[in-house]
Design a protein around this ligand. Structure first.
Ligand SMILES: [Mg+2]
Ligand SMILES: [Zn+2]
Length: 242
């Protein structure tokens, strides 16, 4: 590809960049009964609110900030993913954006532990911060008390990834020659509907996004080309051709 090409690579985080789901993993490691409770309550309580609730519960049982950070550092993350993004970034023509329903602390903690803290131009996610007592305070990106997003294809109330992607593109004011989107989940369907025919979705197999592409892709007018992958070593292979 030519030296003047500008490219945007958008990453979902859980099960896309990382080989696990941060929200579930930390409770599986530190408090499996809270993990069970999340599974029971997930249809009743909005997911971000439920994670915030579980974090407060963990804090009340004296699970520490250090324990949570350690759990994040040991979460499965494929070395080939580190190579894939590092090599592509070093070519110098690609901007990286993270679009995730996890939270700012989980993502930045893991990226730092892999030496990837400078990878992303922006990390668009739910805001979180440690308070002085070691409680991780988490909020929805879209404040439930304010105006809500207007997504029509089923994004969770905490954030519409499609609207966020469009807002980012407007903010940047750059026409990217190629946009690649790496995702796995049902909430990655909305943003890939915003991609053009020259763009690519790298869809992880056997998860919610693949099912939605098959079921709704044609009816919803999905235009981008679709490439499937299973392991990060395949992303490394695909990125080497970008
Ligand atoms: Mg995901
Ligand atoms: Zn949406």
């Amino acid at each position: 590809m030519s030296a003047t090409k500008t490219q945007l690579v958008v990453f979902d985080f859980d099960w896309s960049m990382a080989d696990q789901d941060t929200d579930r993993w930390i409770f599986e490691v530190l408090a499996p009964d809270l993990r069970r409770e999340m599974k029971t309550l997930k249809d009743e309580i909005q997911w971000t609110d439920l994670v915030a609730h579980s974090l407060r519960e963990a804090h009340s049982r004296s699970i520490t900030k250090e324990q949570i950070i350690h759990a994040l550092q040991i979460m499965p993350f494929h070395p080939a993913m580190v190579r894939a993004v590092t090599n592509l970034k070093n070519k110098g023509e690609t901007t990286f954006l993270c679009l995730s329903n996890a939270n700012s602390v989980f993502i930045s903690t893991i990226l730092e532990s892999k030496g990837l803290q400078d990878l992303f131009e922006e990390i668009i996610t739910n805001p979180a911060e440690w308070d002085p007592s070691g409680l991780l305070k988490l909020r929805r990106r879209v404040d439930p008390a304010g105006p809500q997003h207007s997504c029509k294809v089923g994004c969770s109330p905490n954030m519409c990834k499609g609207e966020e992607l469009e807002a980012f593109l407007t903010r940047k004011g750059v026409q990217f020659d190629h946009i690649a989107y790496v995702g796995d989940g049902t909430n990655d369907f909305c943003p890939i509907l915003r991609l053009r025919s020259q763009d690519t979705v790298f869809c992880r197999t056997n998860r919610g996004l693949q099912k939605r592409i098959h079921k709704e892709g044609e009816a919803e007018g999905l235009k981008c080309n679709v490439q499937y992958w299973g392991g990060a070593w395949e992303i490394e292979e695909k990125f080497s051709k970008l």
